[in-house]
Design a protein around this ligand. Structure first.
Ligand code: 5GP
Length: 238
């Protein structure tokens, strides 16, 4: 596999072409941003943790019947993935109130929902990723009804799997964001990453935040939280 030119540089990852037109290499950076890039920083070692964590979780999801873009971990920071065209939606699943949900409805964080919620944001930096409803997704032609049915079903299966996985690590999966892509034949698969950057993960006993909220909210102990959540995942796998 030959690594070719850089195609794209995002906030947390770079994407490279390869000699196979169906495959790309993603490279995870330590750069951290929040509030649509308004807050910038770096979390030492984050790229290594996010790469390894996302790959392990995607491999498990694949085994559980959720198709993903994961192909092969190439190094500490680099992974070979299937090339997709990203559906421009952030798919957010919540089990417990936090973040923008708590703010929008004026409720405290930590309310456990009777069943998970699924919502969507339109991926558009210039518009600050606005919340979007299904009729508007269809009106804008961002995805079809069939694709959204697949995406919602996959998102709930990802949640059921991850909730149980993290519970076994004494971690509460509060909420998370995932993204989907279309293969050349139109098949919808899970893409992007699953990591402490994209999930809220709270210690099941103390409620301590073990995710990017430590960076977003200047809580300190950011690197330590990423290392701790990775340690729990590795202990679970051991
Ligand atoms: P909220 O809408 O409460 O800010 O975020 C809900 C969940 O989705 C959190 O787990 C958060 O980490 C994730 N999330 C939402 N938007 C983004 C985003 O633009 N980037 C990343 N990395 N995660 C996001």
């Amino acid at each position: 596999m030959e690594k070719w030119e850089q195609l794209y540089e995002g906030k947390a990852k770079k994407v490279f072409a390869t000699d196979d037109p169906a495959l790309l290499i993603v490279s995870y950076k330590d750069d951290a941003t929040a509030f649509n890039g308004k807050k910038k920083g770096s979390i030492a070692g984050k790229g290594v943790i996010n790469n390894r964590m996302s790959n392990r979780l995607m491999q498990r999801l694949e085994a559980a019947g959720v198709p993903t873009h994961f192909v092969e971990e190439l190094s500490e920071r680099e992974t070979l993935v299937k090339k997709v065209s990203i559906v421009p939606l952030e798919v957010i699943v919540r089990n417990v109130s936090a973040g923008s949900f708590a703010k929008r409805y004026g409720v405290e964080e930590g309310i456990v929902f009777p069943s998970p919620t699924v919502e969507f944001s339109y991926k558009n930096d210039a518009l600050d990723d606005p919340l979007i409803c299904l009729p508007h997704i269809f009106a804008l032609g961002l995805a079809t009804k069939e694709e959204m049915a697949t995406i919602i079903d996959c998102a709930l299966r990802v949640n059921a799997f991850l909730k149980e996985f993290w519970a076994a690590c004494s971690v509460t999966l509060v909420d998370f964001k995932i993204e989907f892509g279309r293969l050349a034949d139109g098949t919808i698969i899970l893409a992007d990453e699953i990591s402490p950057d994209t999930c809220r993960l709270w210690d099941a006993v103390t409620g301590e935040k073990l995710d990017k909220d430590r960076f977003r909210r200047d809580l300190g102990g950011v690197e330590e939280a990423y290392a701790e959540i990775m340690r729990r995942l590795l202990d679970h796998d051991a």
